[in-house]
Design a protein around this ligand. Sequence first.
Ligand code: TYM
Length: 327
Amino acid sequence: MTSRVFSGIQPTGQITLGNYLGALKQFVALQDQADAFYCIVDMHAITMPQDPSQLKERIKDLASLYLAVGLDPQKSTLFVQSDVSAHSELGWILQCLVHMGELSRMTQFKEKGEGKEAVSAGLFTYPALMAADILLYQSHLVPVGEDQKQHLELTRDLAIRFNTRFGDTFTIPDIMMIKQGARIMSLDDPSKKMSKSNPNPGSRIEMLDPPDVIRKKISRAVTDSDRVVRFDPEEKPAVSNLLTIFSLVTDKSIEEVVAAYDGKGYGDFKKDLGEALVAHLSPIQNRYAEIRNSGEIERLLQLGAEKARATAATTMDIVRQHVGLGS
Ligand code: TYM
């Protein structure tokens, strides 16, 4: 049996190099080995306030980026979460299984809710919807960045709890994280992860940043106190983060990159990193522009939704039966 892969990205803001290296790039690698479902999780996006017309556009932007980085709709199923109502249905059932205490321990909820006057109940129960996304497709493997690890552990716990209480229903999914790159850090502060919601745009590379912006952001990225290009995440977190990025966009090992800058300062290293990023991202950006203007996206997403609905319906029939729901 081919294994089933599932993952999702929120259509909120500009997709960053962190999203790409931690998640999207793995999506592409996996599509040749597995039956992959990649989702645009718009229902998760509305756990925070969104402008409706902007959200609609961002869904299409993200779908175009999925294709531009190399996802092939012949190989992978690409779809929008809200097009498949089973996500909400199973999400509710799992909300009735998850404990308040478990949700309260989620660090992402604490971070996103911090300092806000009012936080939606949806932001709190968000991990139950994420578990539903994964479990609906009987997924074996979920490629994500490090910040989603806790949600994946909860998903596994919920699948086991459900199977124990109601009988075998769900495949227990495994998390898949790349060794280096599952947590790309901010360019202005290597103690924080690179994030689309950081108010400082200089803290991140966005996938659609023009070449000169990329070069400038890298030249301004913080470095560590000595002048040596060396990989040491403890002592030199800023340079180690840049080395990780360099290695991933050039497909060279970190050792190779370090060796190439032996005896050279940060100037040459950052200049070359800027160029390596431009060389890697430019073809993606060119494809993106073509795809986004092609008018093909809606049709592709409809096809993806049909396939996802059929797969999800099979799981939901069993779930309803096992829980005792329906007439
Ligand atoms: P989201 O939209 O915040 O991020 C999408 C993916 O990008 C990864 N990521 C990073 N990886 C490395 N370094 C970074 N700095 C970095 N920032 C983000 C995230 O770990 C993620 O893999 N809850 C999810 C979306 C979701 C989902 C799912 C994922 C909903 N349902 C089911 C997998 C399976 C989220 O908000 O990701």
